[in-house]
Design a protein around this ligand. Structure first.
Ligand SMILES: [Ca+2]
Ligand SMILES: [Ca+2]
Length: 369
């Protein structure tokens, strides 16, 4: 028995019952330092496999992918070796290829940057129980991070940065920061995301028929033509919460949208009881909140300086405690300088500390953390 295992068991005994499941056996790490080794490790992984990638920038020539499943108690881990910096760059991939695709369950992917993909950067198709911690998807040719397919269940995307995506062939019409599209499945959570400067939307739930929860997320600067595209077609919504006829009650808590060219938050034709609480929409090009046809529940939200107005809400919307509701005042922002929102994340992976769009209010708007 290794020293580490002995200590863990001692700690477990000291803490008594109720502790999380311990690994049933120590599993040797698979350390890789070439794209070929990484590809092989992904496809041959089994429950409990720990894949550690040595620092450096990798240029795979084919999509890295796996259909290997972990289990809830023994996921498959993919992460950098120690504290090394790992970037996987799609510049050597064929046109139309993705960098990384999982069609698999119970993976735990953390700390890796996926950049310069010819198409989508990371796609998880019909995944159950995957956890993505502090990954980055940057400057790809379609959406940065995608959950798709039926059987998309209990996935957590925590502290992702996804920015700079642009699909040139479609003049920016499709590339979102996060896309949860064309599928179904409950228990999916996006938390701590920064989704910005993408050609289309920050976040897009087009044609996804089950509720998704979003919290502590920032979507900003999407839909701006940063590519000198004379036929630019990006929509520029911060949070596009539906589409394609699905009626689904997504939930967005304590999140913000600013500087997007479209709406800050929009049902996008979803007539379901979308729940939006304690969010802030600031300086978006169109409406702060666009919920003209559905039955959204809007509570304690704050809209300021949006191009078309604070809110466009239909007669089925339930609205209470928002700054457009009668008797609710609009607190002043401590800062409207967004510079600090681009800062490095905190050491625990959380969003950077900022006073931008904070008000100190305990009753309305996002807390920006
Ligand atoms: Ca679009
Ligand atoms: Ca979109």
């Amino acid at each position: 028995m290794s020293r580490r295992t002995a200590l863990s068991l001692t700690a477990a005994l000291a803490l008594g019952a109720g502790l999380a499941v311990l690994p049933t056996q120590a599993q040797a790490a698979t350390v890789v330092d070439t794209s070929a080794e990484l590809s092989g490790a992904l496809s041959s992984a089994t429950a409990g496999t720990l894949i550690q990638v040595r620092g450096g920038t990798y240029y795979p020539t084919a999509t890295l992918q796996s259909t290997a499943n972990g289990t809830s108690s023994n996921p498959i881990y993919l992460q950098p070796y120690g504290s090394e910096t790992v970037k996987i760059d799609g510049s050597s991939l064929p046109d139309g290829d993705w960098i990384f695709k999982l069609t698999a369950d119970y993976w735990n992917v953390s700390g890796i940057t996926f950049q310069n993909s010819p198409d989508s950067a990371v796609v998880c198709q019909s995944c159950t129980g995957t956890v993505w911690n502090n990954i980055k998807t940057i400057n790809g040719g379609d959406s940065g991070f995608t959950l798709t397919g039926d059987g998309t269940v209990n996935n957590t995307v925590r502290n992702i940065d996804s920015y700079g995506h642009y699909d040139s062939a479609n003049h920016g019409e499709n590339a979102d920061g996060i896309a949860v599209k064309y599928g179904s499945g409950t228990g999916n959570l996006i938390t701590g995301a920064r989704l910005y400067n993408n050609s289309d939307d920050g976040l897009d739930f087009w044609s996804f028929s089950s509720p998704v929860t979003v919290e502590h997320t920032w979507a900003f600067g999407n839909g701006v033509n940063r590519w000198s595209d004379s036929a630019f077609a990006g929509d520029g919504n911060g949070y596009k919460l539906g589409g394609d006829g699905e009626v689904v009650a997504h939930v967005v808590n304590n999140s913000a949208a600013w500087g997007n060219t479209g709406n800050g938050f929009t049902e996008n034709s979803n007539r379901g009881a979308i729940v939006i609480n304690r969010t802030t929409a600031y300086a978006n090009g169109k409406w702060g909140y666009y919920f003209a046809t559905g039955a959204a529940r809007l509570g304690k939200n704050l809209a300021v300086s949006n191009g078309s107005g604070l809110v466009n809400k239909g007669s089925s919307v339930v609205s209470a405690g928002n700054n457009w509701d009668s008797g609710i005042s609009t607190p002043a922002f401590r800062s409207t300088d967004a510079t600090s929102t681009y800062n490095a994340r905190q050491s625990n992976g959380a969003l950077p500390v900022t006073t931008f769009l904070t008000t100190g209010s305990t009753t309305i708007g996002a807390t920006m953390d």
